[in-house]
Design a protein around this ligand. Structure first.
Ligand code: ZN
Length: 98
C-alpha cells in the first residue's frame, strides 16, 4: 500500500513508516521524509469503519443463522461493505494533521 504524503509529496511505503498512532477509529502515520503526521480523510475513515462494521454484523448474523432467509442478502451487503473499505484503504485521500 503506497501513499503520497500531502505535505512533502514523497511516496510513503508502509514499510518505511516507523511511527503510527491510533485514535479511536482514526489511524495516523508519521511521514518518514518530513515527519508530518498524516491521516486518512475523516469522512473516508468513517465510511471505511462503517463498511467493516457492515461486514462484521452481516457475518455474525449469518454465523448465528439469524433471519437465515436473508442470509444471501447479508452476504451481499457484507461484501459491498468490505469492498468499500478496501477501495478507501487503497485510494483514499490522506491529509496532514495540523
Ligand atoms: Zn512528508
Amino acid at each position: 500500500m503506497k501513499h503520497t504524503c500531502p505535505s512533502c509529496h514523497n511516496k510513503i511505503k508502509s514499510t518505511d513508516i516507523k511511527n503510527t498512532n491510533k485514535k479511536g477509529i482514526f489511524f495516523e502515520v508519521e511521514c518518514p521524509s518530513c515527519l508530518t503526521w498524516i491521516r486518512l480523510n475523516k469522512t473516508q475513515e468513517i465510511i471505511k469503519a462503517a463498511g467493516i462494521s457492515l461486514l462484521l454484523i452481516t457475518s455474525l448474523l449469518n454465523i448465528f443463522n439469524i433471519q437465515s432467509e436473508y442470509s444471501s442478502i447479508f452476504s451481499t451487503v457484507g461484501f459491498v461493505g468490505i469492498l468499500i473499505a478496501m477501495i478507501i484503504t487503497f485510494f483514499g485521500k490522506h491529509e496532514a494533521i495540523k
